[in-house]
Design a protein around this ligand. Sequence first.
Ligand code: ADP
Length: 228
Amino acid sequence: MIQTRGLAYRYTGTDAGGALHFPDVDLAKGAVLLLSGPSGCGKSTWLALVAGLMPPTAGTLEVAGQPLQALRSVAADAWRAGAIGFLPQKLHLSAALTVQQNLAMAQWAAGQPEDTHAIATALAALGVAELAHRKPAQLSGGQAQRVALARAVLQQPRVLLADEPTASLDDEAAADAVGLLLATARTHGATLVIATHDARVAALIPPQIGGQIGFQSLHLLRKQLLKA
Ligand code: ADP
């Protein structure tokens, strides 16, 4: 479902020695990857490459059956809307819209008509159906994250990417967030990547997951910033 080979990315303005080089990854459908490492080691960059937000400087990657290295931005946008569910660290719920309208916006962005039944089903699956008519400011942090997760899986994505999902959560809420991500990915048969610098997350992934669905852990290091 996700396969990368020799992936590298160099931000404009950095010299060749500043390129990020990533280890190769092979993830099957339904597998779980914990992408860990300190701040600045390249986790967000890797997520952006896998989501087709920018082409790699070097290497190849295939995500949900789509070779991404040569995909042009308009085609990448259309592909991403259907194939990738993204739970960003900053949830980006529009403050002016209700929960229901925020999810409708995601359908609109994916080029689909509003489907209130699908929205209600996604919210109910995450236990927040009764919040449909609230504005984001009226939600707790945990509720807002559930809403954002419902939005991420609205299009039945084959790949679910979560960026620092436990940042600033206490231990109990962090355990809830990771449990919810694993359960949601399993429900949708999606391949899940959790990118985090939070050392607690590894311990929150049950050991039996390895046997069931193929759990991998990849620790990125700052030395990958150095020229390979
Ligand atoms: P992480 O998500 O692990 O904190 P990032 O992928 O955000 O790491 O960043 C990896 C490296 O790339 C860091 O050294 C960061 O400073 C650099 N970087 C990130 N975004 C940009 C950018 N837009 N321009 C230049 N350098 C960047």
